[in-house]
Design a protein around this ligand. Structure first.
Ligand code: SF4
Length: 363
């Protein structure tokens, strides 16, 4: 990672969420604790000089192999975000640092082109983004996701996108091209349908209703789009679930995915602190439900979802509603409930563009 390039993002400062403390970072040698005055929340952007852009995922709970993450950290600031853990590996905190210290990869498209030129690349689906949101607000100016999608369209490489960001609508032209020449599926993530509760837990994400309108816009453009209820926060998310699925179907969603809240350390610290601050009257019930569902002693994220009577009821209601509405679905009990596209993408369309002077390979 190279130096800090922007420190004053005053436009963002006015809508920043309140501070959430950064839990002690086990990878850091020092910790700073603020006892009285809270710091101003300011956006800081760092450039990453990484030499590779394709991440290979080995986790059995993730149903895809390759992903591209042009950004690390996420301004959307969801309290439950599991990617907070990885921010600690950069030497940052998992709390407010995750929302305000964003690492960008300016060479993302160039690196992706290099990866596609490697003889070993066979044209597997590339997922945007396996870790943080590729359409978070910074994408409006950096355009890294767009540039990477343009490379995918040029090489006819299939793509799956998971996002909460309305900025995806800007790239409809590239998505249409990808749809015609390869394949693209999009999952719009909406864990909570109540706009007030959603704003409290996901402070800088477009409202749930706005996200439904993203589904409509993509579906109208002929893109294969679905809704992802991930994570389902019991005591909060199940109230509007059936109405949300119906709204998504009406907007043109073809499929739905459900997976339950997981709170690996230090995400648990951030989630509980935010919950107590923004939804104090509901916090105890939500945490009780979460404890019924999560086996915190398990090291495996797959086995961590041990389930409970309540989660089984919600799971069954989800499946029943999807069947009634005619939505393809994947529930928390499925092997790949976290698969963003939840559909087979075996189609191989990858082709290296021919350029003058490119030598043809015989084998
Ligand atoms: S939008 Fe996704 S990546 Fe960003 S904070 Fe929320 S859950 Fe994390």
């Amino acid at each position: 990672m190279t130096g800090l390039i922007v420190t004053d993002a005053s436009a963002s400062t006015s809508i920043m969420p309140t501070l959430v403390s950064n839990p002690p970072n086990p990878w850091a040698t020092t910790d700073v604790t603020y006892f009285d005055e809270t710091r101003e929340t300011r956006l800081e952007i760092f450039e990453d000089d990484t030499r590779s852009i394709l991440s290979k995922n080995a986790s059995p709970s993730v149903g895809f192999e390759f992903s591209v993450n042009p950004y690390r950290g996420c301004q959307h600031a969801c309290a439950y975000c599991e990617a907070r853990r990885r921010h600690e590996l950069l030497g940052f905190g998992a709390g407010t640092d995750f929302d305000t210290k964003i690492v960008v990869k300016p060479r993302a498209a160039q690196l992706l082109r290099g990866a596609f030129e490697a003889p070993s690349w066979k044209g597997d689906v590339v997922v945007f983004s396996g870790a943080t949101d590729c359409y978070q607000p910074l994408e409006a100016s950096y355009r890294l996701t767009r540039a990477c999608l343009e490379v995918c369209a040029e090489y006819r490489n299939p793509v799956a996108i998971v996002t909460k960001g309305a900025l995806i609508e800007r790239d409809l032209d590239v998505l249409r091209r990808l749809n015609e020449e390869a394949r693209v599926t999009v999952s719009i993530s909406i864990p909570i349908f109540d706009p007030v509760a959603a704003r409290a837990i996901e402070p800088l994400v477009p409202s749930p209703q706005r996200r439904i309108s993203i589904i409509r816009k993509l579906a109208d453009a002929g893109i294969d789009v679905g809704i992802s209820i991930a994570p389902m926060i019991l005591g909060l998310g199940e109230e509007g679930m059936t109405a949300m699925l119906a709204a998504a179907k009406d907007a043109g969603a073809r499929r739905a995915v459900l997976s339950f809240l997981r709170l690996p350390s230090p995400v648990d610290h951030v989630f509980v602190e935010r919950l107590r601050e923004v939804l104090p009257l509901r916090a105890a019930k939500i945490m009780a439900r979460a404890k019924e569902t999560i086996d915190v002693s398990s090291a495996s994220l797959v086995r961590r979802e041990k389930g409970s009577r309540h989660s089984s009821v919600v799971d069954a209601l989800f499946a029943l509603t999807c069947r009634r509405l005619g939505l393809a679905y994947s529930t928390a009990g499925d092997d790949h409930a976290n698969t963003p596209n939840a559909g087979p993408m075996e189609l191989r369309t990858f082709t290296r563009p021919t350029r003058p002077g490119r030598q043809l390979r015989l084998f």
